[in-house]
Design a protein. Structure first.
Length: 335
């Protein structure tokens, strides 16, 4: 059991030996993410004060208006990772293609790549609702010393070395796993230090919260409609409570603490759902499974999916194990 109030820095050092590859590089990488998170947190928390909200005018590969904070968060994380020369490649929701990092002196000698959604839920910024950063870390599969290739980024989620998120909410938390459980750290803004506040986080086996955009109900396939009606039926411990913030990181975080399920299924208007496999669903699935929860596309584990393209979307069912299994039953029944 980890000691509460350990700082994130102390935790990384104390647990380095448990990292699968304890060369110290992963520790430096997690530390770099910690630093970038503090910088982005500072900007997010003052977004309403300066002319930093509102669309930057451009649109990203998703066709979404890029909020200035989207652009800023993307730049901060990428620059922090490049400046420390600890990764050989980066993919981001905000970048059309992956970035190969040929640092001046160590010629692609690093072995880790990072995939990131720098500011998920950014449409909530203008209305002061929580947003988040999601990251996923792999070892490269192409030879060290050569530029990274697309195959380094198209690894199944099972191959992740580490994954985590930062939620910029009523308090700012960094939650991550390196395959040895999930731990949550809360930022003390006065000190600029993350403290271990939620050791060994686990999803309750079941729960009473379901999170889905019910405005899409008419477009859902029958299995999803049947599951939503199941959640709403007065029977046993139901009806459940509907809670949907419109920010994956926030809905996921609440459900991990209280018990619940988050769904972003495919529909007649979203052929493969909305969420991105590589830098949203895989990292959240790694955390979910490490926290004894479950994450699937309604039929198969998310982390078993072999990716085919950088920004591909997948349907996403994630949360308390028994709730995801029940939803999967309805999906199977209507197949
Ligand atoms: P909708 C934010 O854009 C996001 O990627 C997730 O954070 C969130 O859960 C979902 O999309 C909200 O999408 O279509 O319900 O507004």
């Amino acid at each position: 059991m980890h000691r509460k109030n350990t700082t994130l820095g102390e935790f990384i050092i104390e647990n380095q030996s448990s990292f699968q590859y304890s060369s110290g590089e992963l520790s430096k990488l997690i530390n770099a993410i910690r630093l970038a998170a503090k910088v982005v947190n500072h900007e997010v928390n003052k977004a309403g004060l300066v002319d930093i909200i509102g669309a930057a005018g451009d649109t990203n590969i998703q066709g979404e208006d890029q909020q200035k904070l989207d652009v800023l968060a993307n730049e901060k994380f990428i620059q922090t990772l490049i400046n420390r020369e600890i990764v050989c490649g980066i993919a981001s929701e905000e970048e059309d293609d992956f970035i190969s990092i040929n640092s001046s002196d160590n010629k692609h000698q690093n072995k880790y790549i990072v995939l990131i959604d720098p500011l998920d839920g950014s449409s909530n910024i203008d209305v002061n609702v929580s947003v988040g950063t999601i990251f996923s870390i792999y070892r490269r599969v192409t030879p060290i010393g050569t530029p990274v290739g697309l195959e380094d980024f198209l690894q199944p989620g099972r191959a992740q070395i580490a994954a985590g998120y930062i939620v910029y909410g009523t308090s700012t938390m960094l939650v991550y796993t390196t395959g040895d459980g999930v731990n949550g750290f809360t930022l003390n803004p006065a000190l600029g230090t993350f403290y271990l506040s939620h050791p060994n986080m686990e999803f309750p086996e079941t729960g009473k919260i379901y999170s889905v955009n019910e405005g899409n109900y008419v477009h859902f396939h029958q299995g999803v409609k049947d599951y939503i009606k199941y959640c709403q039926k007065e029977e046993g411990d139901r009806p459940y409570t509907s809670r949907y913030i419109g920010s994956l990181v926030s809905d996921f975080h609440r459900n991990m603490i209280k018990g619940g399920i988050y769904l972003y299924p495919k529909s007649s208007v979203a052929a493969e759902g909305k969420l991105r496999l590589l830098y949203e669903c895989n990292p959240m699935a790694f955390i979910a499974e490490q926290a004894k929860g479950k994450a699937s596309n309604g039929f198969d584990p998310i982390m078993d999916i072999k990716p085919t393209e950088l920004h591909q979307r997948v349907p996403f069912f994630c949360g308390s194990r028994k709730m995801v299994e029940k939803a999967e039953e309805f999906m199977q029944a209507s197949k």
